[in-house]
Structures are given as C-alpha cells and as structure tokens.
Design a protein around this ligand. Structure first.
Ligand code: GLA
Length: 404
C-alpha cells in the first residue's frame, strides 16, 4: 500500500513537470508567417505535383526572395490510419509520400506545412487528430513538418483550450519546432487564450474571393475581404511577435479585380496578418505577381514592432488606416470602400493622432514632419508640408510610408 502511494506521488510529480515544461516552441514567427496554402485555389483537389510546382513557382516568381517561406498542404492529403493508428497519405495523390515532398520543399530552401483537425475527422471528412495527437506529432516531426494548421470541424463536446493544448504539448514532446496555427474560426475567442498555445489563430470563418459580400451556405457563411477586415475590430491588442491574429489566407489572384486584390493585400499588411497566398502560383498573371511581391508593402506587415494598424478616420467611404513602424515611421493607407472613385485632399498639418495601445503619436500638426513614399507607385512624393490630393479608384487603396 505504501509503495503504491509513493508511486502515485512520483507519477503526479512527473505529470506536473511534463505539463509545466510543455509549451509552444518559442522564438518562431517573430514577424507574421508568409507562405502559400493549397486550400483557397485547389480545395480537396490536390496532389504532390501541385505542391511541388507551388514550391518551384514560389522560388521562380520571386516570392521566396520577397519573404514567403512556408508551403502548406491543406485538407485532403490523408486517407486512413494503419493498424497501429499512424496516419497515411493518399497513395494515389501522394505516391512518393509526405516525407519525400517535405524533402523536396526543403531542397528549395523553403519550409513545409501540413493540415489536420482537432476533431476525429477533418472538415473534408478525412481522418483527423482526436485521440492520435502524440502519434501524429511524432509522424510530423519525422517527416520534417515545420508548420501545422489545426482545424476545428467535428469537435462536438470538445473543449477548445484543452484540445489545442493537447496538440501543442504533443508537438513539444515530439521535439521538432513547428509553427502551430489554430484554425477554430474565432468561435472560442482564441485571442484571449491562444498566445500560450499557438503562434497564430484564425479570428473568423473562411474567407472567399469577394471584396465586399459574403456567401451564405446555410449552416455557415464565407466572408468577403471587407467583412473580415471589419471583424478584426478590437483584436489588435492581442497580437504581437510570435502570436498573431489570423484573418485567413489571401485571395489575391483568385478572381477579384486588380484594384481589389491590391486593397486586400495592403490591408492584410496594415493589420500585420499572416501572408499566406492561396492562388495558383504556376499560373499567376504578372499583375498578381507584382502585388504579392511588393517588398515595400510587405515590409509594413513584417515590421519588427509587430503592431497592428488601426482605422483612424472614415470619410465618404474612404477609411484612413495608420500603422506605427520601427524608427518612428508610420504607414498610412487610404482605403476606398465605395464602388465609385473618390477624391481625397489630406492637409497633413491638421493631423494629430495618438495610438493609446502602442503609445505612439503621429503629430504633424504641431511637431513632426515626414517625407512621403507611395508604396504602390514606388515613388517618393514629397513631404508633409504639402497637402496630398489624389483620386482613389473604386475598391482600391493608396499606401504611403511616412519617414524622417
Ligand atoms: C476549414 C478551414 C479552411 C480549410 C478547410 C479544409 O473550413 O477554415 O481554411 O482548411 O476547413 O477542409
């Protein structure tokens, strides 16, 4: 009896130690992750050729050079579990296996990501993680996975914090640093608890390739770009280096107009969103490529302060967004949400805004003067002594950097 008690106490001490030690991998994604994911363009219709070609195109298109890093396979790569419960890739679609694919992606100097789900089935009905967390994490580590997107379908009666923490601990235990991307659509307010659990968390349901509308599927809704942008309100205080709000992957190059794509991309950069492209990289137009690889706009997203921008003014359907940057610089974006062009006239000498979250002030009215660079025209356009007069096309944006 005494021996059993001692054993029990020892067991509890070990358990406590394991749970104290287990944590998310630190030091990853100090700026928002950048990459590509198969879902928005290919949905379940994926195979190893598509993924390899995406990796090839990420390099040849200049996206890798612009900072994109992760190639992520979304749902539908998995078909079954073997007799020991280990997850199996679809042998028809991925005949070379996931390890070979990860090796290929790594050989391009890129990182490799994969998808699963906290329920017993993924949203696409494939075998998922519930009850297999430690086994799956071991497999991912063995394959060389660097990024895991973890979904929330088929999770009736599951506790979100508990489920995601179990997977976090499993990843930690497997020992390979993996970026852990929570995809529970904001249902359980992950911004309040997920900082300790993962590196990014979806704040909303799925995005669709529409600038200002939503698709109603009956039991669920897909949101357009502006709808998702509005849903980020109040969340900026929860994000920062290593822990990001995720307003979902990019729809740039998936059917919106060039103006809309430019506005979508700019706004995701203004709110320090993960930049996970979701188009066909092999077949993108030069226009799409030039949006996705605009390094000066990307630099706003990747600014080391990691402070999300905020909407400071709305006038006649034109929103002014500000984002504090390192070295006292500011990003200023003027977003025209109207279906008509809008003229603007900014008298910088009247601008005085304090961001109480970051405690930074843009005070041109009585103190500071800045030079101005237009990041889409890629041109210096003077300084804040002179008013800015311009016309913004419908559903488009002007994106400026104010610098000393
Ligand atoms: C959910 C996610 C999407 C995608 C699909 C895959 O809807 O939110 O991003 O991963 O599942 O089935």
């Amino acid at each position: 009896m005494k021996n059993i008690k001692i054993l029990l106490v020892l067991f509890c001490i070990v358990l406590i130690q394991v749970s104290v030690m287990a944590q998310k991998f630190q030091g990853l994604v100090q700026t928002p992750p950048m990459g590509w994911n198969s879902w928005n363009r290919f949905a379940c219709d994926i195979n190893e050729k598509i993924i390899r070609e995406a990796a090839d195109a990420m390099v040849s298109s200049g996206m890798k050079d612009a900072g994109y890093e992760y190639i992520v396979i979304d749902d539908c790569w998995q078909v079954s579990r073997d007799s020991l419960g280990f997850i199996q890739a679809d042998p028809k679609k991925f005949p070379s296996g996931i390890k070979a694919l990860a090796d290929y992606v790594h050989s391009k100097g890129l990182k490799f990501g994969i998808y699963s789900c906290a329920g017993d089935k993924t949203c696409g009905g494939r075998p998922a993680g519930r009850g297999h967390e430690y086994q799956d994490a071991l497999m991912y580590a063995k394959w060389g996975v660097d990024y895991l997107k973890y979904d929330w379908c088929n999770t009736e009666n599951l506790n979100a914090i508990g489920s995601y923490t179990t997977m976090r601990d499993a990843i930690h235990e497997a020992g390979r640093p993996i970026v852990f991307s929570l995809c529970e659509w904001g249902n359980n307010k992950p911004w309040l608890w997920a900082k300790e659990v993962g590196h990014l968390w979806r704040t909303t349901g799925d995005i669709c390739n529409c600038f200002d509308c939503y698709f109603d599927h009956g039991t669920w809704k897909q949101n357009g770009v502006m709808q998702i942008l509005d849903m980020q309100s109040g969340l900026r205080k929860y994000a920062g280096p290593g822990h990001w709000n995720d307003p979902d992957m990019l729809e740039v190059g998936n059917g919106m107009t060039q103006n809309e794509d430019r506005a979508h991309f700019t706004m995701w950069c203004m709110i320090a969103a993960p930049l996970i492209s979701g188009n066909d990289l092999q077949k993108m137009t030069p226009e799409t490529q030039s949006i996705l690889t605009n390094k000066e706009v990307i630099a706003l997203d990747q600014d080391s302060l990691g402070i999300e921008g905020f909407r400071s003014e709305v006038k006649d359907s034109v929103e002014t967004w500000l984002k504090p940057l390192k070295n006292g610089d500011w990003a200023v974006s003027l977003l025209n949400r109207s279906k008509m062009p809008r003229s603007i006239n900014i008298d910088w000498k009247t601008v005085s805004v304090t961001d109480s979250l970051s405690n930074r002030t843009l005070n041109i009215a009585s103190k500071d003067q800045y030079k101005i660079r237009d990041l889409w025209l890629k041109k210096n356009i003077g300084d804040t002594r002179k008013s800015l007069k311009a016309t913004i096309p419908a559903h488009d944006v002007i994106c400026l950097k104010l610098y000393k």
